[in-house]
Design a protein around this ligand. Structure first.
Ligand code: NI
Length: 253
């Protein structure tokens, strides 16, 4: 059930049965020569909506504007400062708390959103917050390894491109060479989108891909990723609602 497609009476009635809500988190940023600017938001929102269909959970509109500073040297990227993003997130949570929501499940599609949400988990001791990036689910991660081995990389990944190809659009008129292959140490050091300043980042990764061979991600793969992410997300959301332990223990990022 989508919040934006619901009436207030329907939301009031929902709150009589559940205090949980799913909020998709994405970005508006370049995703390489064949990846869509909205990739992170499109993936997160599609998966969240389907988890909502399968669980009966209410799904809020995606939060697509987020920190993406490292991509600002590529046209089309829109970036919020961390503090702005945190303020927006807090005011969204506060509004929903005011109506009685207590379980906030952030279905994430963008690495740089993880750290700010961890801060929110520390701040809001009285409610339950979990953030899950769709690629973190074990079954999804296995599929990424199986299909792409060392070419998943960090940005404009074949798995996210596969999902947008399956559900939205395939850009196929641009022939891509292999991206620079990153070693494990690099990936670890830059996890959560801890990349360099915009001009340096573009100089280092001129076509916008960061170690990711985007073109490996076929529409067929995308359907498989979508299904596995939705089925893992369904179980994870239901488990989250049942878990009555403190907020801090939900920081399963
Ligand atoms: Ni992305």
């Amino acid at each position: 059930m989508r919040l934006s497609h619901s009436t207030w009476l329907e939301v009031e009635s929902y709150l009589g049965k559940s205090d949980g809500i799913i909020i998709p988190l994405g970005s508006v940023e370049q995703h390489g020569p064949i990846g869509l600017i909205g990739t992170d938001t499109l993936c997160a929102e599609s998966i969240a909506n389907e988890i909502g269909n399968r669980t009966g959970a209410l799904v809020a509109p995606a939060i697509g504007y987020s920190p993406a500073g490292f991509n600002m040297a590529f046209p089309g990227t829109i970036s919020l400062k961390n503090k702005t993003f945190l303020m927006v997130m807090e005011e969204i949570i506060d509004s929903l708390v005011c109506h009685g929501f207590r379980h906030f499940y952030f279905l994430n599609g963008h690495g740089a959103n993880i750290l700010p949400v961890k801060k929110l988990i520390e701040k809001y001791a009285e409610i339950y917050i979990r953030i899950k990036s769709w690629w973190e689910f074990e079954a999804v991660n296995q599929l990424r390894c199986e299909l792409y081995a060392g070419w998943e990389g960090m940005h404009a990944t074949p798995s996210e491109v596969a999902i947008t190809r399956a559900l939205f659009r395939t850009v196929s008129d641009h022939k891509l060479g292999l991206p620079e292959k990153l070693d494990e140490a690099y990936v670890k050091a830059h996890a959560g989108d801890r990349h360099s300043a915009p001009e340096d980042h573009r100089a280092r990764f001129p076509d916008g891909r960061v170690g990711s061979h985007s073109d490996l991600g076929t529409s067929e793969h995308g359907k498989r990723f979508f299904e596995v992410a939705c089925s893992s997300g369904r179980s994870d959301y239901l488990n989250f609602l049942d878990d009555k332990t403190s907020n801090k223990s939900h920081a399963s990022v």
